[in-house]
Structure formats: C-alpha cells, structure tokens
Design a protein around this ligand. Structure first.
Ligand SMILES: [Zn+2]
Length: 401
C-alpha cells in the first residue's frame, strides 16, 4: 500500500508545478512567437511537461496557437503566443488632484482611461470616489479581470494592503486592499505611487540596469527605489520619502508638520509659489505680464517664461534643481545607484532643471561615484503610475515580468 504523501512533499510538488507554469508563461511572454520545442530548450523542462503546461494555458485562453513556424527540415512547428486581450487589468493612480483609472491588456496597453477630479474629497468620500472609478471602468470591461493594482501617494504597506498614511486624502491605516477585494472580488495589489513609477521605468524603460531611483516631481516630491530588480520599501514602507527630508534650516512649515522640507522649496508647487511672489512684485516683468490678472502663475506660464529666457523664472527652476541635487547626492552616496530618473512636467524645462540637478549632485558626492551616475528624464512621462500598476499585476498575478 502506498504511503500517504507528507504535506510538505505535496506543497513542494504544488510549488514546482506553479513555478514551472510561470516559467513557461514568462518565456512565451518574452519571446512573442515560440514553438513548444524552443520552450523546452529555453526553460530546461521536458517536452512532455511543456506540452502539459501549454495545454492548461490554451484551455484558459491566455495562450493561443498562432500558426506554423519555419520548418527546420521536418514538420513545421506550431507557434504559440500570449493572447493579449484574454484578460484585462484595472490600473488606478490615486493622485492628489484626480483619480485616474485605466483598463490595460496583458501587454500593458491601455484601452480605456477615466479620470475623476478629487475636489477636496477626503476620508470616506475619497474612498467612495475610488469605488465609483472602478465601477465606471467595469462598465467597459470586455474580458475577465486578472487583477486590480493601485498607486497612491503616502505611506503604503504593500504587503498588508494598508494605506498607513495619506495626508492629503486623510486616510490612516485604511485597509484599502481588503475593502476593494471584498467589493469587487478580484486580486488587489497596491504600492506607493512613486514606487509604481519606478517599477514602470524598470519594467518598460529602455535600459536594463538592475538598480534605479525614480524621482517623481509634482505637487510633492517622492521617489521609488528599485534595487536588484525589486522595489525597496524600507522597514516601514517609507523608503524614498525624500520630499520630507529637511534641506533648509529654519525653513517654512511643511504639510507634514516639520520645517524646511525639500517639498517646500523644490516641488512644482513651491516653484509656482516663488514665481507668483515675483510676478506680484514685478508686475511689468515677464512673469507678471504672462500671468493673467487675478489668476496665480501656472506651470505653463513658468515654463514659457523659462523658454523666453526670463532670468527670474530660470533662477527659480535652477534653484529647485540644485536643492533636489542635494537629495540626489545623498541617494548616490548611500546607494551607489547609477541611474537616477526624473519624472514629472519639469521635463518641459529640458536641460535647465536636469543640468542643475546633475551639477549640484556632482559637487556633493565622491567624484568616482558621480562620474558613473546618469541623471536623466524618464523614458516615458505619461501614465507612469498606471504603467507601474499594470507591471505589478503582470508580475504578481502572472509572473511574466
Ligand atoms: Zn514635510
């Protein structure tokens, strides 16, 4: 009589099965069109195991036979590929001003995008707005949903699925993952929005480095750190919170309660505040003339003034770049990452901003470390958080990236 299998053995077999399936799917995903024979060769699995696994994916509709490949003498092989529209991903970017959601396919291509303005909603009403966004997206779903991923500013415990703290939305220890999973019944993943932007650059950018820091410049300043191909969260999921490191002694009060944070002097909001003060003081200067009466200086006005070589405007942007460079120098000195990526509409100021960051960093870190470090704008600037959300679902849900 056969002895019953031990639970550990069973678990190991289950794990191996799942591991092999993910390996096969990942190989198909990366290769595009591939035969079963090549899959066996690339994965090191037997032909029989590969055929078995592929049969499962064909049944699920995630993989399809796409035709015959070139014959190498014998029968031409049947080629396999991912059916990119077989599943849909729900990606959310819970920004400070608006919540944006998108449906993506298995290749991370967006098919439908919806934005809802936050209009000062906080706590429960902000949560209702998240539900509303998902419900609106679900009306456009055309395939089974693989999962939902969201990026939110603030301290996000990605493992427990908690928003530990989101100052602007007034969320504290909110079990958002569980709330969404209970309501919508599909797997939910979440991360800090800057972390997702870093993951997007890492997964879809045109560089194959294993380490990078992405700095997200917006109303605030956050950064996402990828080390050895994985998001580095830190002990309390606060890694990369460079916006709230004080860089100005006795500086102004920040929304976090401390004084002189990087955000108070180098964020887009801070730059606009400085530009507004100058426009009021010198109403006949370029900033003053570009600004319409009774409306504050916008980013577009500041950008135009820089483009038209306005000294004040250029000084504001350069100063912000220099202060960010101090934070970047610290990151480079501590982590020795070779790639610092900047995202946000500062990209529109071109070399002005990034040049200031680079030269400020170079003056503050060991020359050898600085020489090996590239500071550059993100490969793609639009929808970075949504792209990162799609990458998170594809990596956690399918293991393909
Ligand atoms: Zn602060």
């Amino acid at each position: 009589m056969a002895r019953p299998q031990s639970p550990t053995k069973k678990a190991t077999r289950q794990y191996t099965k799942q591991h092999n399936a993910r390996l096969v799917l990942k190989t198909i995903y990366e290769a595009g069109n591939i035969s079963r024979a090549d899959l066996a060769r690339l994965t090191g699995l037997t032909r029989a195991t590969v055929s078995n696994i592929v049969a499962g994916f064909l049944d699920e509709g995630i993989v399809a036979e796409t035709g015959y490949g070139p014959s190498l003498g014998g029968k031409p092989p049947i080629m396999l590929n991912i059916v990119e529209n077989a599943r849909q991903l729900i990606c959310l970017d819970l920004g400070n001003e608006q919540f944006t959601g998108a449906l993506a396919n298995l290749r991370g291509h967006f098919e439908k995008q919806i934005s809802l303005p936050v209009n000062g909603r906080t706590a429960q009403t902000a949560l209702s707005l998240v539900y509303e966004l998902v419900e609106q997206l679900l009306r456009h779903v055309t395939a089974p949903v693989l999962g939902l991923a969201l990026g939110s500013p603030g301290l996000i415990d990605a493992e427990a699925g908690l928003v530990k703290q989101s100052v602007n939305l007034d969320w504290h220890d909110l079990p958002l993952q569980q709330l969404l999973a209970d309501r919508f019944h599909f797997p939910v993943y979440m991360a800090n929005d800057s972390d997702l932007a870093a993951l997007a650059e890492y997964s879809f950018g045109n560089d194959d480095t294993r380490n990078l820091v992405l700095i997200k410049m917006g109303q605030g300043i956050g950064s996402g750190i990828v080390l050895n191909g994985r998001i580095f969260h830190g002990e309390g999921f606060g890694a990369g919170e460079i916006g709230h490191v004080s860089v100005v002694a006795n500086g102004e009060l920040c929304s976090c309660g401390n004084y002189g944070c990087l955000e108070t002097v180098a964020s887009v909001r801070a730059m606009l505040r400085q530009a507004e003060a100058i426009a009021q003081e010198k109403s006949d200067g370029l900033l003053g003339r570009l600004r319409l009466a009774d409306t504050p200086v916008t980013w577009e006005i500041l950008r135009q003034a820089c483009q038209q070589e306005d000294t004040d405007a250029r000084q504001i942007v350069t100063r912000a770049g220099e202060l960010l460079g101090v934070a970047v120098a610290n990151l480079v000195g501590i982590l020795n990452v070779n790639r610092i990526v900047i995202a946000g509409n500062v990209v529109q100021t071109g070399d002005l901003f990034i040049g200031a960051v680079q030269s400020s960093m170079q003056k503050r870190v060991l020359p050898r470390l600085a020489a090996g470090t590239a500071v550059q704008y993100a490969t793609t600037q639009s929808n970075l958080v949504l792209l990162g959300a799609s990458a998170l679902i594809l990596s956690q849900g399918l293991g393909v990236i």
